[in-house]
Design a protein around this ligand. Structure first.
Ligand SMILES: [Zn+2]
Ligand SMILES: [Zn+2]
Length: 596
């Protein structure tokens, strides 16, 4: 929420808010009988909702935009005035939506006995040029601050008055506005690029995954090429976990109602869980989280202080209810696999464990080609469970870990969950979009609920600190991020097909088979394109599939026992020894390099 507050104080926010007013003016000039409702700034721009006599067309948008350009150049000042409700009602006499809003403001000023709290409710309005709006501001000084070449109307959508489908459907115009023309250009480029990189589109084109109506919404089918990438990511990450002191565990997909009662999920998380299934007269639930299972593993032995820390990691598949309207490709699904871990440790280990967890998280993410991070620290809210002193220890450990890793960060003071403070790690992708991936979250609730303990040096039982930790978050969502970050052009080590061997004519197929066989024997993922297509068509197809390397073989190559290499980035090397190519490819794979 810190980001939002900062945004609301920014000049850009004022520009967008002011552009919304200018747009409303232009729309009402075009439709003198039109009714206007509300129009706030939003991320990247603004919108305004209108009740108009007819549907807007793209031509209308052009005309409105043109008129807006004239208006902004007029250098009209935005002037604020405070008026009484009566005056406001006069100003907006022919604007029923504004009248409804004014009444709302008036009502809000009555106390619980229906007595007015303030005899003269002050209502703030803003005027520029001929246009007056009911508004709290803030705005720019004058319309010139909205640069005519730095805004654009984007599209028209339907929206119910006050978001209630029982109300009238209005027409919403979305616009975008920036401080300068270059910012607008950059934003539009990113939008275009984002469309091209949409993981749902690339998922189909590259045959990575699908969602089948037959199986159900929000449930992902990983095709062989997508699954290959997942296997590579999982293998890399599992090995890294094992090398970093984690113990791998597996747990079932369902658990008894009693377990979810103890964990509190049935009291506090039921809306996110699916209906129970009946097994021999007992209720079982598909797991929405892995924590209770790892806790049961911890509880399977009496633990001494010498046994700690314990770090249990699992690729745990969980099922959570999401409304069908919010499901989105890989990034919002109903079943997904977390790279989940739970750390149980002593108070004197907290600092080190958190620092290690963060270090490890950064290592894994960097290995995946993500390098731009921002941390968010959420601290103790007003309502919380557990010992405040433990909260302080936890929060300080989180803060010090962020600082010692020199990460830019923001603190959401009081924004933590009731059960513990946490770090969220957001990653910027190639289009500067923020994705929240890693979380390191303390828990002072579950250890209590499950009665977790270890025997301390003093021979007495103590409660361990418990930390939930996910690095990539959900495999599905992370895959979506990866696809969009790389635009489907995965680095060599992750590419499902690393090289395609292309014989120029039928007489070269035999030699090509031998080359493919040799490369496969060295562990490369190689396809042989034996189709009787023209060479250029084969290269074009391989390029479309974003395969890093294309090995073209013809008479010349066979004669000198070499290969010609075409690289995905367009570069080319003729007649090189196969071993040279192999060495290059293996080097890229070993280093998980971005370059080809
Ligand atoms: Zn306003
Ligand atoms: Zn957990």
């Amino acid at each position: 929420m810190v980001e939002q507050e900062k945004y609301e104080e920014s000049h850009l926010y004022r520009i967008r808010h002011s552009a919304a007013h200018v747009m409303a003016q232009a729309v009402l000039e075009l439709f003198p009988d039109g009714k206007f409702t509300i129009g706030p700034p939003i991320e990247n721009g603004f919108y305004y909702d209108f009740d108009l006599p007819r549907s807007l067309t793209p031509e209308d948008l052009e005309q409105i935009e043109k008129r807006m350009r004239q208006i902004v150049q007029g250098k009209h000042a935005f002037e604020k005035a405070i008026v009484s409700a009566e005056e406001a009602k006069k100003i907006f006499a022919d604007q029923p939506y504004k009248l409804e809003l004014i009444e709302g403001i008036e009502k809000g000023r009555l106390d619980e006995y229906g007595n007015p709290v303030n005899e003269k409710p002050d209502i703030s309005i803003y005027q520029h040029d001929t246009f007056v709006d009911l508004c709290r501001g803030p705005h720019v000084e004058n319309t010139r601050e909205i640069k005519p070449d730095a805004f654009k109307l984007m599209n028209i959508a339907g929206a119910y008055w006050r978001g209630d489908e029982k109300n009238k459907m209005l027409q919403r115009i979305y616009g975008t506005a920036w401080e300068k023309a270059d910012d607008l250009k950059g934003y539009l480029w990113k939008l275009e690029e984002a469309k091209k990189r949409d993981h749902r589109k690339l998922g189909k084109e590259l045959d990575l995954f699908s969602i089948s109506e037959e199986v159900g919404a929000g449930l992902i089918l990983w095709h062989p090429k997508g699954a290959m990438i997942r296997v590579l990511v999982e293998d890399f990450s599992r090995n890294a976990h094992l090398a970093n002191g984690y113990e791998w565990v597996f747990s079932p997909h369902i658990g008894r109602a009693h377990l979810w009662q103890t964990s509190g999920h049935l009291d506090f998380y039921k809306d996110g869980m699916y209906s129970p299934m009946d097994i021999d007269g007992e209720r079982f639930y598909a797991k929405p989280m892995n924590c209770p299972f790892h806790i049961e593993i911890f509880k399977s032995h009496l633990r001494s202080y010498r046994d700690l820390p314990r770090r249990y990691a699992e690729y745990g598949t969980v099922y959570r209810y999401e409304r069908s309207g919010v499901l989105h490709g890989l990034t919002r699904v109903r079943g997904f696999t977390q790279d989940d871990a739970h750390i149980f440790c002593r108070p004197d280990q907290v600092e080190e464990e958190i620092s290690r967890a963060l270090e490890f998280s950064l290592y894994v993410l960097r290995s995946m080609g993500l390098t731009d991070f921002k941390a968010y620290l959420s601290t103790k809210p007003e309502k919380f469970v557990g010992d405040p002193a433990k909260w302080d220890t936890a929060t300080e450990a989180l803060r010090r870990a962020i600082e010692s890793h020199h990460l830019p960060y923001e603190v959401d003071e009081g924004g933590g969950a009731f059960y513990g403070s946490k770090i969220d790690l957001k990653v910027m992708d190639a289009l500067d979009r923020e994705w929240q991936l890693s979380t390191i979250q303390f828990d002072f609730n579950l250890p209590e609920r499950f009665g977790l303990e270890y025997i301390g040096e003093d021979g007495q039982p103590h409660q361990p600190y418990m930390v939930h930790r996910a690095l990539l978050g959900s495999m599905e969502r992370f895959f979506g991020v990866l696809i969009e970050h790389f635009g489907g052009a995965f680095p060599v080590w992750l590419a499902p097909v690393q090289a395609v061997v292309i014989p120029i004519a039928d007489r070269h197929v035999e030699y090509a088979r031998g080359v493919a066989k040799n490369l496969r024997a060295e562990g490369l993922r190689v396809e042989l394109d034996e189709r009787s297509e023209r060479m250029n068509a084969k290269i074009r197809d391989a390029q479309k599939q974003k395969i890093p390397y294309m090995l073209v073989l013809g008479d010349n190559e066979i004669e000198c026992g070499r290969v010609s290499l075409r690289v995905r980035d367009g570069s080319q090397e003729n007649n090189i020894p196969l071993d040279d190519f192999l060495g290059r490819a293996q080097d890229r794979i070993l280093r998980r390099a971005a370059e080809l």
